[in-house]
Design a protein around this ligand. Sequence first.
Ligand code: B12
Length: 204
Amino acid sequence: MANRKVLLVEPDYRSKYPPLGLMKLASYHRELGDEVRFVRGCSGEAAGKFWDAIYITTLFSYDWQKTVRTVRFYKDNLFGLSSKVVVGGIAASILRDKLYAETGVYPVVGCLDRPGMLDADSDLVVDRMPPDYSILDQVEYSYAHTDAYIGYATRGCVRRCRFCAVPQLEPEFVDYIELVPWVTEVRERHGEKDLLLPNTNVLV
Ligand code: B12
């Protein structure tokens, strides 16, 4: 299954941090020998090409219109035999049924934290891949904190607050994720960075 062509898409909403999920997907696919291209928003040029897979990430649910427009755009403009549109990330996980109703695409819910979730024969875990910062050079958009190692040292939360989306996104509480392997790998590939941990609840 080597040498697939993979398109990574972030809808063109305002995003402060770089798209961590897509950066891990980039590392995953490059590790498997695939070619990766990253775009923001609806790119006519990208949609007109052949892709083995198109991955669309989502973030805040209040950017819903842009998110739905982007999913519809790639779904409706798939070139020739391009095979699949895969949607995941935060808003898609929270509003999974609404996304399906509005686009016909049912998303991957939550984290890609088990082997075989994208390719049955791969034992790589996307969530544990070091983010590939080099995809950020493929877009004009400027993110904050590109000079940081961004990653999670915990997942989930011990609480189940009614207003919070975390229990849906990360249902299992993981109290420590080893940081050294990905920090080392990011340092080797992209140089020294600050450490930024978007952990949900460090004061458990
Ligand atoms: C970091 C963070 C922020 C950052 C900005 C994030 C950014 N990217 O720009 C800051 C601190 C600025 C922030 C601010 C706010 N935040 Co905030 N934030 C988060 C946090 C902790 C992580 C979000 C993130 O960037 N994750 C990176 C993700 C995408 O990477 P990942 O986890 O590795 O991705 C995995 C999966 O998502 C999935 N995946 C991701 N993409 C894709 C794509 C495909 C195709 C597939 C298959 C899978 C997939 O697989 C990946 C690997 O396992 C979440 C809570 C959480 N634990 O998710 C809240 C969260 C997103 N925030 C939330 C809120 C409410 C806010 C604020 C409104 C709070 C406030 N009242 O001010 C503000 C809004 C600011 C604004 N207007 O922009 C809510 C959103 C709820 C909603 N309905 O949208 C969340 C869910 C927290 C909560 N308690 O409910 N936030």
